[in-house]
Design a protein around this ligand. Structure first.
Ligand SMILES: NC(=O)c1ccc[n+]([C@@H]2O[C@H](COP(=O)([O-])OP(=O)(O)OC[C@H]3O[C@@H](n4cnc5c(N)ncnc54)[C@H](O)[C@@H]3O)[C@@H](O)[C@H]2O)c1
Length: 440
């Protein structure tokens, strides 16, 4: 067992810190010694792997081999020093790594372009070198090429795999296997985050293709989530978009609090004290637009307060606009799947399951738009009776009473789950799930 490493606690698990120990030490190359690569190299060496490092910047390699961190990161230098003392850190070239090792982890930069996309030039260059060297691989087992950089969906299948295949002269699974293993560490907490991840995401060609990443994370106390490449590629972008959204939201609330003479931190304390609805999975599943009696009205009221205080709050205003656009988008998707007149069957009218409240319900708005667009629409909602629709004759006429026969629709819109009815529908009828967004 390696000696405990003392790290600042912060939001990470408390120090002293457990370093997972490898059951089967691997020969691993880490290409690119920025925050991600340097941290990974130091931590894998601490876990018992034999790590070879490469960077196009010789200074970074020389620093690492001397046990020096080229960047400020708590715990990094201590781990590099230990790795050096244990003889588990050495330099390599990308070519040599591809010819001789078990695994190459590509941790090069993917900086933003002025246009907004990511610049994949460093990645392409590194992968090309790996692929070319694979043609002279000295080992029978395929090299596992692990991309750790942040990349947009489509990069593994559209760039990395074709480059490796073209340069190595063989298909995936022959001289190489490939994986996308995005990194979620935060600068300033990099070592702590690396050693105690909340989850490990593994994108691969098919489940098991990388044999759970060759045991690289054995001993890590975190779920390893195996998915396809594109979903894994999405994960990092989704996380960082959400973190950015949270900061911008919190700052808008902070500006409003100050404008109202309130302490932003006390307002924040109350907000953060709710771990059921505010912090946690609530409201975070893609589904239908928000609606009902409270959310739209209170969001508008908050925006009105900001306007009176002369504050611009594009995140809050954007939430309203995004919600309206979501309904437009659903209409368009329905129209593309089945143009008017359908017929369509919509399950659910109240604004969410378990209530008969139709006020501000996006499902009512959807049904009205479908009728206006000329659809032959049948409505089913076990919580809703014709009495609820007294002021809406266009919808009341279409409400099918429970147990009444239903003609087969061309598309079912699942606004809220009605299991008894859904089970009775022919499986061949396509469904658009608005409650938990899914195809067609
Ligand atoms: N910095 C973070 O906090 C963080 C966290 C998670 C994920 N990421 C992602 O991980 C990736 C790496 O991030 P970083 O901050 O470590 O990047 P960085 O730019 O600091 O470091 C990249 C390193 O790769 C080297 N490099 C570039 N091309 C090379 C090549 N062909 N051969 C050898 N070395 C090469 C560079 O010299 C540099 O040292 C990026 O995609 C980033 O978005 C970063």
């Amino acid at each position: 067992m390696a000696p405990a490493l003392h790290l600042p606690a912060g939001t990470a698990p408390p120090a002293p810190f457990r370093i997972p120990q490898a059951r089967r030490p691997l020969e691993v190359a880490v290409v690119g010694l920025g925050h991600v690569g340097a941290t990974m190299a130091a931590c894998l060496a601490a876990a018992g792997h034999r790590v070879r490092v490469a960077d196009r910047d010789d200074r970074k390699v020389a620093d690492a081999l001397r046990g020096r961190a080229a960047l400020v990161e708590p715990g990094l230098e201590e781990l590099l020093g230990r790795a050096r003392a244990a003889g588990r850190l050495a330099a390599t070239s990308v070519d040599e790594a591809a010819r001789a090792l078990d695994l190459v982890c590509v941790c090069v930069g993917t900086p933003g372009r002025p246009s907004g996309g990511l610049d994949l030039g460093q990645l392409a260059a590194a992968v090309e070198t790996v692929g070319t060297a694979l043609a002279q691989r000295r080992r029978r087992e395929p090299l596992l090429v692990v991309v750790r950089s942040t990349v947009p969906p489509g990069t593994m299948e559209g760039l990395v795999r074709p480059l490796l295949e073209a340069r190595s002269g063989g298909g995936a699974g022959e001289r190489f296997e490939l994986a996308l293993n995005p990194e979620f560490l935060r600068e300033g907490m990099a070592v702590a985050d690396f050693l105690a991840p909340s989850r490990i995401v593994l994108g691969e060609r098919f489940k098991g293709a990388t044999r759970r990443l060759a045991g690289l994370y054995d001993g890590f106390d975190a779920p390893l989530l195996e998915v396809g490449f594109a979903v894994a590629e999405m994960a990092k972008l989704v996380d960082n978009s959400f973190h950015a959204l949270k900061v911008a939201f919190a700052n808008e609330i902070g500006r409003l609090s100050l404008a109202l003479g309130l302490d932003p931190q006390t307002v924040g304390d109350l907000f953060l004290a709710d771990r059921r609805l505010n912090l946690g999975p609530a409201y975070l599943r893609p589904g239908g637009p928000f609606g009902g009696m409270c959310l739209p009205k209170d969001l508008r009221a908050t925006i009105a307060l900001c306007e009176s205080a002369g504050l611009e709050v594009p995140v809050l205003e954007g939430a309203l606009r995004s919600n309206a656009l979501h309904l437009d988008w659903l209409m368009e998707r329905i129209r593309k799947a089945v143009p008017p007149p359908g017929p369509l069957l919509q399950l659910g009218l109240s604004f969410k399951p378990g209530t008969d409240d139709l006020r501000g319900s996006p499902l009512v708005a959807l049904a009205e738009r479908l009728v206006a667009a000329g659809y032959d629409l049948a409505l089913v909602d076990p919580d809703v009776t014709p009495r609820h629709l007294a002021g809406r004759p266009a919808l009341a006429d279409r409400l099918v009473p429970p147990g009444a026969p239903l003609a087969d629709p061309r598309l079912v819109l699942v606004g809220k789950p009605v299991p008894v009815l859904e089970d009775g529908l022919a499986p061949a009828i396509p469904r658009l799930d608005l409650h938990r967004l899914r195809g067609p």
